[in-house]
Design a protein around this ligand. Structure first.
Ligand SMILES: C[S@@+](CC[C@H](N)C(=O)[O-])C[C@H]1O[C@@H](n2cnc3c(N)ncnc32)[C@H](O)[C@@H]1O
Length: 248
């Protein structure tokens, strides 16, 4: 499904702004005196697998909320906006007492955003970084914590067919939680349940869009709604795509 909402009216390809040595205005080899830009630069250029990414978040957990605040991190709110956009457009509703899981919960900003749109049910967290989750725990949102990472082709210990909603904010990419792990998230969700994801636009355009189309062709999911958010809405200089899918 193509995005419903091209916020700026420009094409998805224009939003990626990348070449081999450039990711959303973040150039390979560049150094910055801005600590938030440096943090993002190191994440994008020095991390190449799930273990390295977990270690990186573990090392920088204490700085995460101040750094993302500097980067104007609005991803949690936009993920929820996509849920409410779909609800308003379709007349559908994800019950607010749903049992949910936050995939890559981090320090819990995504859980806070879910509560802010009225979800009152239990929320579990899958978060591999113990230091990130130690901060999330203080927010008193989460029920059970799975300190595990999504790795393509591997199952976590999260039970199958357990959740009405799995949501994930800023986790899927080409480094750590890769496209093949969408099926692990799908396994966790009940038949008829929902998956809501927001990610950097270039990852969706490069890989995830086609992968999800294949999942649809296999009759596993139906995409209900897609929003595209122009650069600076999700995070400084970074465009994003958010979607809501249903498990068939
Ligand atoms: C950008 S942070 C987002 C945190 C939170 N969702 C938010 O909105 O602020 C990405 C999180 O995903 C986690 N993560 C990274 N790779 C992962 C993987 N393969 N499986 C699950 N979580 C992962 C990181 O540890 C980190 O906490």
């Amino acid at each position: 499904m193509e995005p419903e909402q091209l916020v700026s009216g420009i094409s998805p390809r224009d939003l990626t702004n990348q070449s081999a040595d450039q990711k959303n205005g973040c150039h390979k080899g560049e150094t910055s005196t801005d600590p938030s830009k440096e943090w993002l630069h190191n994440l994008w250029w020095q991390v190449s697998d799930a273990q390295e990414e977990t270690d990186y978040y573990d090392r920088t957990a204490e700085d995460y909320e101040s750094v993302t605040n500097q980067l104007n991190w609005r991803a949690p709110q936009l993920c929820m906006k996509t849920i409410t956009n779909w609800e308003q457009k379709s007349g559908g509703a994800i019950p607010r007492h749903s049992v949910a899981i936050d995939i890559g919960a981090g320090t819990g900003l995504s859980g806070v955003a879910l509560r802010d749109i009225g979800f009152t049910g239990p929320v579990d967290a899958l978060e591999p970084s113990a230091n990130m989750f130690a901060l999330a725990k203080q927010k008193n949102i989460y029920r059970d914590w799975y300190g595990e990472m999504l790795v393509e082709g591997e199952e976590t210990t999260v039970p199958g067919d357990m959740y009405d909603l799995a949501f994930s904010v800023g986790v899927f990419s080409d480094r750590s939680a890769k496209k093949g792990s969408m099926s692990e998230v799908l396994r966790m969700v009940k038949k008829g349940g929902y998956i809501s994801v927001i990610m950097v636009a270039r990852h969706w355009l490069d890989e995830f869009r086609d992968h999800i189309a294949l999942m649809e062709a296999e009759g596993l999911v139906k995409t209900l709604h897609v929003d595209m958010f122009d650069a600076d809405m999700y995070m400084r200089e970074v465009a994003a795509v958010a979607f809501v899918m249903k498990k068939l």
